[in-house]
Design a protein around this ligand. Structure first.
Ligand SMILES: C[S@@+](CC[C@H](N)C(=O)[O-])C[C@H]1O[C@@H](n2cnc3c(N)ncnc32)[C@H](O)[C@@H]1O
Length: 381
């Protein structure tokens, strides 16, 4: 069964038009537990009075916007709109100068809440919300028919804030949290026909489960954990999964082991690494020379891929050079070491502890002189 890697297929894009109805999100106050679900060590605080903040507290907000924006009148894409925190800060800078932000999320609930929060920008078309996966950004941008995008030869900046939002973790019916009993779903896009965690766990071969736990959870005890999970089939709920994992995990290690198992399943169900690799490779065709790519990642599997592509243009980090030793790469890294959150931010938001921000600038390499590269040609079609 092809559970691991290689799932493909472009679903129809749904563009949220101005004045599309937006539902208010269900907001939950359990962010500290969500931090622990992600393996973060300290709880964070929230302001009950601010619903959008409660949905998700954006990480390294100022740093990300400051690194990303070079031309406030440009077109920017936020491939992970979530609660709209980064996009809102981006819009504060670019909207007054005529700039546009394309906000993408594959979670309809996230999109609806961000749309609601940023309604004035949606109506003014300075925010163009899109329901799709960021791997489909090239065709999604082409479908938007944004004249500024062709005129400026591509995006001025593309940002990704990877993983799931606090709201997704907090919502028990989504199945992302080992602290709450809920459906074993874990799909970010609940409209997708794609397999849920339950579908996978009840049908996978033992080797597939072991490999998922090892590759995506970096779990040392993948075999005994997989055996316990398979012995507990059929599985319906997160509580049953937690019980199976705990049955072979001694007490002091339980929280971290559960965090790794849930992370592994979430990455698999959403093909998160495949998504990231696809957009990292497509980004060179989307961003104009001089434009920027900013990636916020939360674990080494993501960060390694972002680092390699920003250094060399390749996922494996192999650097092509000309006879003179000059780098032949679509990207020039601007952050030699990743930017990390300040202690003050980590004290307020435990999720920031593991965050790494990397930024690169699109070089002139491999840009067709008559346009802005392959994607730019696609965009102008
Ligand atoms: C960490 S949250 C982003 C939070 C956001 N920066 C903010 O300030 O509120 C990640 C979001 O990206 C979305 N997401 C993750 N992978 C995606 C993908 N491949 N395509 C589109 N959206 C994705 C998730 O559904 C989630 O809403």
């Amino acid at each position: 069964m092809p559970w691991l890697h290689g799932r493909s297929g472009c679903r129809a894009l749904r563009v949220l038009r101005p004045s599309a109805p937006c539902q208010r999100p269900r907001v939950d106050a359990r962010r500290a537990a969500a931090d622990e679900d992600r393996g973060a060590e300290s709880p964070c605080e929230r302001d009950e009075s601010d619903e959008s903040e409660a949905y998700h507290v954006p990480v390294m907000l100022r740093e990300t916007v400051d690194w990303l924006v070079t031309d406030p009148s440009g077109v920017y894409a936020d491939g992970t709109l979530g609660g709209g925190g980064h996009t809102s800060a981006l819009l504060d800078v670019v909207a007054p100068a005529g700039g546009v932000v394309v906000g993408v999320d594959r979670d309809e609930e996230a999109l609806a809440q961000a749309c609601d929060r940023l309604r004035a920008h949606v109506d003014a078309q300075s925010l163009r919300p899109l329901h799709t996966s960021f791997r489909y950004l090239p065709s999604a941008l082409a479908g938007l028919e944004l004249p500024a995008l062709s005129a400026q030869r591509g995006l001025s900046g593309l940002m990704l804030d990877l993983g799931v939002s606090s709201h997704q973790i907090d919502a028990d019916y989504r199945g992302f949290s080992f602290r709450r009993d809920g459906a074993l779903d874990m799909r970010m896009d609940q409209t997708s026909p794609g397999p849920s965690a339950k579908d996978f766990l009840n049908a996978c071969e033992p080797a597939e489960l072991v490999r998922a736990l090892q590759d995506y959870g970096e779990e040392k005890y993948a075999r005994p954990i997989a055996r316990a999970i398979l012995a507990a089939r059929p599985l319906e709920s997160t509580a049953q999964l937690v019980h199976a994992v705990e049955s072979v995990t001694p007490e002091p290690k339980r929280t971290k082991t559960l965090a790794r198992v849930f992370q592994a399943l979430r990455i698999l169900v959403n093909d998160e690494l495949g998504e990231l690799e696809a957009i990292l490779l497509a980004a060179a065709d989307l961003v104009r020379p001089g434009g920027r790519l900013a990636i916020l990642s939360y674990h080494s599997l993501e960060d390694r891929r972002a680092k390699n592509v920003m250094r060399s243009g390749h996922l494996d980090g192999r650097l092509d050079q000309d006879e003179m030793g000059n780098a032949l790469s679509h990207w020039r890294p601007l952050t030699r070491k990743p930017v990390t959150a300040t202690d003050a931010e980590v004290a307020l938001n435990g999720r920031a502890r593991s965050a790494k921000l990397r930024v690169a600038e699109r070089t002139n390499f491999d840009v067709a002189p008559w346009r802005g590269g392959r994607a730019a040609r696609a965009l102008s079609r």
